[in-house]
Design a protein. Structure first.
Length: 281
């Protein structure tokens, strides 16, 4: 895959991409505790980068190799940055696949760019029960207790500043991080745990959750015109199955698929599920 640096309103975005053979891209958006590398298992299952033309995989501003001011991050600003990246690479239209927070950004992109967004695939998207609007701390605990607990941990890491990264790596070396993150996965995923240890951005995570809690989901998502498919594991603590009915009542063209024996990282635990999506044209 090629690597490019593209200027956006949030700052330079580092994006990995394959060759352009059509005017429609497949954009992969990672979650709030990851980077572009979270998609590597799915890309490899699809036959590798050489088998996946028109693939665009950015590090979202504030994560990975794309620095950004945390205070400027919002669903709208991130979605606009993704559109800027896709157009700079020569695309007029796109299919968007978003994991966790990336799914939230994918939905906002569909709202902002209805003509350009062909479809949205949500992979374990964290939608806070299909309603982000003005959800207070007590509401967050009730709607998504696992997310609220993870947020508390991220606040502590963010407060630790520069000491947070070496501490997380120490936890990883001692195999304690895997125990702490066990609820995210159904089964052992040591490679994914190592990736999370490297890619955690606590301040950006805290900012993302704060923005999502205030997001007017019902008003925004009811405007989506493209088809939306939600895929999540049956053991996903961050994307409970009762989200499906709420989202179906908001998004006009909504469908869902539940993966058995799968946690919050369906694209890592079952990478073959996305292989057909990445190979399709």
């Amino acid at each position: 895959m090629e690597t490019s640096l593209i200027d956006t309103a949030l700052g330079p975005v580092t994006v990995r991409h394959t060759r352009v053979v059509s005017g429609t891209a497949t954009i992969l958006l990672h979650g709030a505790a990851g980077s572009w590398t979270t998609w590597l298992p799915a890309i490899e299952a699809a036959g590798g980068a050489e088998a996946t033309d028109d693939l665009v995989v950015p590090d979202l501003p504030g994560w990975g190799d794309s620095p950004a001011l945390t205070a400027e991050l919002s669903p709208e600003s991130l979605a606009r940055a993704v559109a800027t990246v896709a157009r700079a690479l020569g695309y007029r239209r796109w299919r968007v696949v978003g994991h966790s927070m990336g799914g939230f950004i994918a939905l906002e992109l569909a709202v902002l760019e209805p003509a350009a967004t062909v479809s949205v695939l949500l992979v374990s998207a964290t939608t806070l029960g299909g309603r982000g609007d003005r959800l207070g701390r007590a509401g967050l605990v009730g709607a998504a207790p696992s997310l609220a607990l993870m947020l508390a941990g991220m606040r502590l890491l963010a407060a630790a500043g520069a000491a947070a990264a070496p501490f997380v790596r120490w936890l990883d070396r001692r195999r304690l991080l895997g125990l702490m993150l066990a609820p995210l996965f159904d089964g052992r995923q040591p490679g994914a745990v190592h990736e999370l240890a490297r890619d955690l951005r606590p301040a950006a995570f805290v900012r993302a959750v704060a923005c999502l809690r205030r997001y007017p989901a019902v008003e925004r998502w009811s405007r989506i015109t493209c088809p939306v498919m939600a895929v999540h594991g049956d053991h996903d603590l961050f994307s409970p199955s009762d989200d499906d009915a709420r989202l179906a009542g908001i998004i006009p063209r909504f469908a869902t698929l539940t993966l058995p024996a799968t946690g919050h990282f369906g694209h890592v635990e079952r990478p073959g599920v996305l292989a057909g999506v990445l190979r399709s044209r």
